[in-house]
Design a protein around this ligand. Structure first.
Ligand SMILES: [Fe+2]
Ligand SMILES: [Fe+2]
Length: 411
């Protein structure tokens, strides 16, 4: 870079660094913790067919936490109790709640395709969450549905209403894939307090399987608070910090979650292992910064070179992304070209669930694109007479804004 360019870049960096780094001032949280457990969130850190991970928080004076669970059709005498691990999340800048106790209970040994009821709490104080339900994944081929949304980031209230509608209309969806930028400054706990409060009644019923956005890394070091808040599978690449990239199997589908903030080349060998070593009928990928942009000039060349070439080679069916704050679904793509059928290529989706909107530009790869609409996506996989995937994007009023199907012959 020429000296002038370097000095200009340095000046700009110095001027904007407090905002880029998210250097926060003392502030309060609108949703401080109490002795009563809240912010209950399901996820998977192990096999979805035999495990469930439950996380929640309390005020720091509560040091013990347990999860109680049983099969939903079994008598109360069968309740199993599992102690949780606790970590203290401290943030001295949050003046009305500088610390919370964050609990994680990893339930193992469950039966596949089975519904359970559970609650979390503190036995000593006899304070408990409401009983809620979760269901384990089937072992093999079976119909299921899942949800996808991205970039909550701004407009959490509006998003909260939308996902409750999503929950009401899809009570049996197996889990939520989330596409990054959950909050605007990832290491500001007050923003996560607000997010989990808005998700109450949704995240305690549908496991959340997230990817890391660039905003999760703001106010760092890196996505520290995100990694503390979500216990995820530790099966990612050896040279990438655990839980930043991971994969999981749900029924006859493979989900590979990549970290768009870590160089794509570093994750390529592991990605190839995941895709080449699976017998899954359906293959999906999730990451934040999109390979195909909805906006002008935000395509990600390294992602196309390092990851999309593998999606082509091993035929990934659909890729879920965020970051661009507008809606985009591409035509099926292979080798960066539009192809005629889903059997020959991969659909790339960018979605936005928040209220921050960017421009939308039509590209030769754009099948459906529009700006200024918050959406959530529902993906149904049916297994009658072969396999059929039905993808639909809904706006906050429940209107279908995009839909596409993929069919596969019976094996
Ligand atoms: Fe974003
Ligand atoms: Fe982003």
């Amino acid at each position: 870079m020429r000296p002038f360019g370097f000095l200009l870049a340095l000046l700009v960096t110095l001027l904007i660094s407090p905002f880029v780094l998210g250097e926060a001032q003392p502030h309060t949280t609108e949703f401080p913790p109490s002795a009563h457990p809240d912010d209950v969130c399901l996820t998977w850190s192990g096999d979805p067919s035999t495990t469930e991970t439950v996380q929640w928080r309390t005020a720091p004076e509560i040091s013990g936490g347990v999860v109680q669970y049983r099969k939903s059709d079994a008598p109360e005498t069968t309740i199993v109790e599992l102690p949780a691990e606790a970590i203290r999340l401290e943030d001295a800048l949050i003046t009305n709640a500088p610390a919370v106790e964050h609990f994680t209970a990893k339930i193992t040994g469950l039966e596949p395709a089975t519904a359970y009821v559970y609650r979390v709490g503190d036995k000593q104080g006899n304070t408990w969450s409401n009983w809620a339900t979760f269901a384990t994944a089937p072992k093999g081929r079976a119909p299921f549905s899942f949800l996808f949304f991205a970039d909550v980031q701004n407009g959490v209230d509006v998003w909260g209403k939308m996902i409750h509608q999503m929950q009401d209309r899809n009570p049996n969806a197996a889990f939520c894939l989330t596409g990054g930028d959950f909050v605007n400054q990832g290491n500001n706990r007050a923003l996560w307090d607000e997010l989990f409060h808005a998700a109450d009644g949704v995240f305690d019923r549908h496991p959340v399987l997230p990817t890391i956005g660039n905003h999760e890394c703001i106010g760092g070091p890196g996505p520290k608070l995100y990694l503390d808040l979500f216990a995820l599978p530790e099966n990612g690449p050896d040279d990438v910090a655990k839980e930043r990239a991971y994969s999981f199997r749900y029924g006859h589908a493979l989900f590979v979650v990549l970290d768009g903030n870590t160089p794509p080349a570093q994750q390529r060998p592991w990605l190839e292992q995941q895709l080449s070593g699976t017998d899954a009928v359906w293959k999906f990928a999730l990451f934040h910064q999109p390979a195909y942009s909805s906006d002008p000039g935000r395509d990600n060349r390294a992602v196309r070179d390092q990851w999309c070439t593998l999606f082509d080679k091993y035929h990934v069916d659909m890729v879920f992304q965020g970051h661009d704050h507008a809606y985009l679904r591409t035509y099926p793509m292979n080798a960066e070209k539009v192809v005629a059928t889903p059997a020959e290529g991969t659909f790339y989706v960018v979605a936005d669930a928040g209220t921050k909107y960017y421009k939308q530009e039509q590209h030769d790869y754009t099948a459906v694109g529009f700006p200024n609409v918050s959406t959530y996506q529902v993906i149904n996989i049916d297994t009658q007479d072969g396999d059929k995937l039905s993808y639909r994007a809904y706006d906050a009023d429940g209107n279908i804004r995009d839909e596409v199907t993929i069919t596969k012959p019976a094996k």
